[in-house]
Unconditional design. Structure first.
Length: 185
């Protein structure tokens, strides 16, 4: 469990630099743009690897609670929406303008849905960590930044919806092979 926690601390910690005003800018100034990006990427990758490895070796699973069956159905409905939000972060459109930070909102929905549907301690740490991080970072970003400009047309939104739905279909079909949990069937 300590490896999972260390991975979360590294991965989410480095992704939280923008929450503290001036910290990211100060580090870039002190280290230089290139070294900052290199260190940021290295810490992110190490943290990501540790949290994945920590989740894999968290056996035997410690069950904290038995989630009701409806939580799995709720996650089945919410995760595709979270994927549409994730894609819309890269597709300028009305979704991005309204939500302002769709990637953070998507991570909050994804992690929140998984947190409700999983009762194991390791899953609660993993998804709870991402939920708390994305919620705090979303609020912080909304308070310090102005909304993106108005866009014309619906191309970005349509792209986000189609690609998000396709990603959801792919994940439904490979979830069992990647994570050991069947979504359907």
């Amino acid at each position: 469990m300590l490896i999972l926690i260390a991975g979360l601390v590294l991965f989410l910690g480095v992704h939280s630099l923008q929450v503290v005003p001036g910290l990211r800018t100060g580090l870039k100034g002190a280290l230089g743009e290139g070294p900052y990006k290199l260190i940021y990427t290295a810490v992110s990758l190490i943290g990501f690897a540790l949290l994945i490895y920590g989740k894999i070796i968290a056996h035997p699973p410690t069950t904290i609670w038995a989630p009701p069956e409806w939580t799995r159905h709720l996650a089945f409905m919410i995760v595709p929406l979270s994927l549409i939000l994730l894609v819309s972060a890269y597709a300028p459109g009305h979704i991005r303008r309204i939500v302002r930070h769709p990637m953070l909102a998507g991570v909050a929905l994804w992690s929140g849905a998984h947190l409700l549907a999983n009762g194991e301690l390791s899953a609660m740490l993993l998804f709870g960590g991402f939920f708390v991080w994305s919620t705090i970072t979303f609020i912080s970003a909304c308070l310090r930044e102005t909304p993106p400009p108005v866009v014309k047309g619906w191309g970005g939104d349509l792209t986000a919806i189609v690609l998000g739905a396709l990603l959801a279909l792919i994940i439904i079909n490979v979830h069992m092979y990647l994570f050991g949990v069947a979504i359907i069937g």
